[in-house]
Design a protein around this ligand. Sequence first.
Ligand code: UDP
Ligand code: MG
Length: 318
Amino acid sequence: MNQTDQPALSVVAPCYNEEGVLPEFVKRVGAVLDGVGGTAEIVLVDDGSRDRTWAVMGEVAAIDPRVVGVRLMRNHGHQLALTAGLSVCRGERILIIDADLQDPPELLPDMIALMDQGADVVYGQRRVREGESLFKRATAAAFYRIIGRLTDVDIPSDTGDFRLVTRRVLDILLAMPERHRFIRGMVAWIGGRQVALQYDRKARAAGETKYPLMKMVRFAVDAITAFSVVPLMASMMIGWIMAAVGFAFFVYSIVGFMLGYNIPGWTSLMAAMGLLFGMQFLMLGIIGAYLGRLYDQNKGRPLFMIRDIVGGSGGGKQ
Ligand code: UDP
Ligand code: MG
């Protein structure tokens, strides 16, 4: 395939120490692509693996010419490895999938059918999660609940990055310059017609999870801070409360002084402390509010995203 022709479909999978599953992954994805027909590529990103993942990519690429292997300099983490793959892929439609076969590539035809009916994004939504510990399921459930509460974007629960997106959605995603990327949230934020497709999540085909607890916590922090300034706003709330408490102390000590039941020196001390602490917290809150706006601005997300244009000199779809 030369540079100019664009495959109808790209399958993009980040891979970190996945030597055990890659041959099986490419075989299964390849079979699905054969069934779907049309041109396709399978973009595999080696995220600085420590095992033979890169060598195995070479082997599978020799067997299946649709395979494109990309190797990163070092381990960048799931979301950035995926971003690398997404910026390399050239397909008209793009399937994002994990390499461990937890998400069945066999769903692709159903996803394509939904997209043919006008969906911009078809995301897989997990019905059950096999082979995952109670702890993993509980933390995942808590994660989606907190995200749902704190963010103003409607991020669907029980959804990974497994989804089919249009080139238009992908181009917008790639144009979002933020450094801490929570891709499933960013795609939800883009909007358009997002349709769920339910499926049963399987256990890993081989290898083990690359998301130990610390990574999950970091992921959650990224997710929340990327879509919410609620934690910053909390300082504003506390500021108001502390200011009110401080002012109450101020009044209380002054009144006490006038009624004459006070230790000498206590009044001025309490009055000053109450006022100053209250004001300090309030100021912190105000700084928090501005910082939140600055942060939003700094993310540099597009203000709006045009989906289609009809009429005018362009005459129809852009
Ligand atoms: N992954 C990656 N870089 C990392 C960690 C994970 O590219 O630093 C890939 C991994 O190979 C897999 C996907 O991201 O294809 C999801 O990781 P994993 O299956 O370990 O997460 P889980 O399904 O347990 O949440
Ligand atoms: Mg997995």
